[in-house]
Design a protein around this ligand. Structure first.
Ligand code: SIN
Ligand code: MN
Length: 279
């Protein structure tokens, strides 16, 4: 790790209060261009593999997402240990963390399909048995993200409302494919979203490649189809509080990590430098 690069934001208190109020915030550092390029290359290589972690859009060869890559790819394994990411996750959660989930949602040009309005914690709580929403998503843009390539849209402050519009447990789908497809098993209904959007407003999470945002497990969010000719790859690392591990998860381990070893935020010598710069 190049010691001249500021990898740990020095104003974690400001970040924490923005996150507590709004349920999302921009992280004041970004991955540099060569690092983003290296990750993009890995993502392309993994996407070409036929393995269960690679999920396609409905009835299509288009890759929608790749999952759990930190468990089998050296660069992704190093990324989850990035000292800046780990420091932010620990600050926002308030203690040691481990990696619960890792994915890259690719949202390919013209073909990448929407993510309906939902709360991540409904899946983690109802399907996996995660007790408290003491986790955080860190979302790293691997491509420039703009209004037309399907950015994440959040309802700021909605994370404080608890779980909304949960289906009858007997009717909730336990098929994990419906947890990663455009036909999501747990959604927040249009009426609820309209009402909340009037009250709370909406925010588009756009930005340059390398930029990073945090968002809360209970924030209501969605993203639209990619109608542009630009891919929108978004890499998402979910850190969970040590002590908040689900007891007996049943979904595949590439969706729910069984390895709750705390991440320490040390640079990984297998990989070398993962650069970051302040924004
Ligand atoms: C997206 O990739 O746009 C959706 C991400 C998420 O729902 O967590
Ligand atoms: Mn989500």
């Amino acid at each position: 790790m190049d010691s001249t690069l500021p990898t740990v934001p020095n104003d974690l208190a400001a970040l924490k209060s923005a996150y507590a109020a709004d349920g999302w915030c921009r992280i004041p550092f970004r991955l540099d261009a060569p690092t983003v390029e290296r990750i993009r290359d890995r993502v392309d290589a993994i996407s070409a593999e036929r393995r269960p972690e690679v999920v396609h859009e409905k009835d299509s060869d288009t890759v929608r997402a790749i999952h759990g890559c930190h468990a089998f790819d050296d660069l992704c394994a190093a990324l989850v240990q990035h000292p800046g990411l780990v420091a932010v996750a620990e600050a926002l959660i308030g203690g040691p963390v481990y990696v619960y989930q890792f994915k890259v949602n690719l949202k390919q040009a013209h073909e990448g399909a929407a993510w309906p309005w939902h709360q991540d914690f409904s899946f983690w709580n109802q399907q996996d048995g995660m007790k408290r929403p003491d986790a955080v998503n860190l979302a790293v843009a691997l491509d420039p993200i703009h209004e037309a390539n399907g950015p994440l849209t959040v309802l700021p402050g909605s994370h404080r409302l608890g779980l909304l519009d949960l289906p009858d447990p007997a009717r909730a789908s336990g098929d994990w494919r419906r947890h990663v497809s455009a036909d999501l098993a747990y959604t927040v209904g249009t009426n609820t979203v309209d009402e909340l959007a009037r009250e709370l407003g909406t925010a588009l999470v756009t930005g340059e490649a390398g930029e990073i945002h945090a968002f809360h497990p209970s924030i209501v969010h969605s993203s639209t189809n990619n109608t542009s000719s630009d891919r929108r790859a978004l890499l998402l690392i979910t850190y969970n509080a040590v002590g908040n591990e689900p007891e007996a998860p049943t979904r595949p381990d590439f969706l729910v990590s069984r390895d709750a070893t705390p991440v320490t935020g040390t640079a990984d010598e297998r990989i070398g430098t993962l650069g970051a710069t302040l924004v």
